[in-house]
Write a protein that binds this ligand. Sequence first.
Ligand SMILES: Nc1ncnc2c1ncn2[C@@H]1O[C@H](COP(=O)(O)OP(=O)(O)OP(=O)(O)O)[C@@H](O)[C@H]1O
Ligand SMILES: [Mg+2]
Length: 252
Amino acid sequence: MTTPLLEIKNLHVTIEGKEILKGINLALEKGQVHALMGPNGSGKSTLSNVLMGHPKYQVTGGEVLYQGRDLASLKTDVRARAGLFLAFQYPTAIPGVSVVNFLRTAMKSRFGEAFQPKEFRKEFKAAMAQLGIEESFATRYVNDGFSGGEKKRHEVLQMALLKPELAVLDETDSGLDIDALRVVAEGINRLRGPQLGILLITHYQRLLSYVEPDVVHVMMDGQIIQSGGKELAHELEAKGYAPYETEKAPAP
Ligand SMILES: Nc1ncnc2c1ncn2[C@@H]1O[C@H](COP(=O)(O)OP(=O)(O)OP(=O)(O)O)[C@@H](O)[C@H]1O
Ligand SMILES: [Mg+2]
C-alpha cells in the first residue's frame, strides 16, 4: 500500500478547554478531491486551522501525517516548501505588499533554487489571464479591500503558481456569484491531476456540481459520521443534515 498524502488518525482537538474535534479519521490519496461538508459549527474550519498549525488549537489525541510525516513537527515554512497549501494561511490584508510581490516571495520560498525570476512575470501574467483576472490586480495590496470573489480568485491564482501537492480550501464565507464560482471551479479543475490532492471544505452542493469530488465526508459535532461518493452530496442537498442527527455517537 502506498502512503496516503494526508492521513488523519483519531484526531482530538480542544479550544480553550472545549473539545471540538472528537476523533477524526480521514485518508486522502494523491490525485483525489475530498469534500468535507457539515452544518455550521461542526468543526470543519477547526480542522483546517489545525492543519495550518494555528497555535490556538490544542491537539489532545491522535495524529496528522502529511506524506507519512508527522505534520505537527513541520514548521509552517517547511509545510509550504513541502507543497502544502492552505487557503486561509494569509486571511488578513497585508497593506504595502502587492499581489505580484507577495506571489514572487511565496514562489521563491516554495521552489528555492529552482525558482526562475526571469520566467516569473510571464508565468504570473499567463495564470492571471487564465483566471480572467485584470492586470491591475497585480499591483493591489494583498486582500486589501478584495471582494469575496477577488479573494477566491487570488487563492486559485496562488495555487496555480505554487503548484501544491495538497490544497486545503475552506469555502466558508465564499458568497460567490455564479460567474465567480464557475471561474474558481474551473481554476480548481484545471489544477486537478495525479499530483494534487484537494480537501475542499464547503457548504455548497453547487460548488460540487462543478468540482466533482471523489469522496464526500459528512462532519457532525466534531466527528466524520459518514463518507461516500459524490452522490452523498446530492443526498445532503435534498435532505439536509437532520437525518444524520440520529447517527451521532451517543453521549458517554
Ligand atoms: N478560536 C475559537 N475560540 C472558541 N471557540 C471556537 C474557536 N474556533 C472554533 N470554535 C468553536 O468550535 C466549534 C466549531 O467551529 P468551526 O469554525 O470549526 O465550525 P465550522 O464547521 O467551520 O462551521 P461553519 O460551517 O459555520 O464555518 C464552534 O462551536 C465554534 O464556536
Ligand atoms: Mg467554517
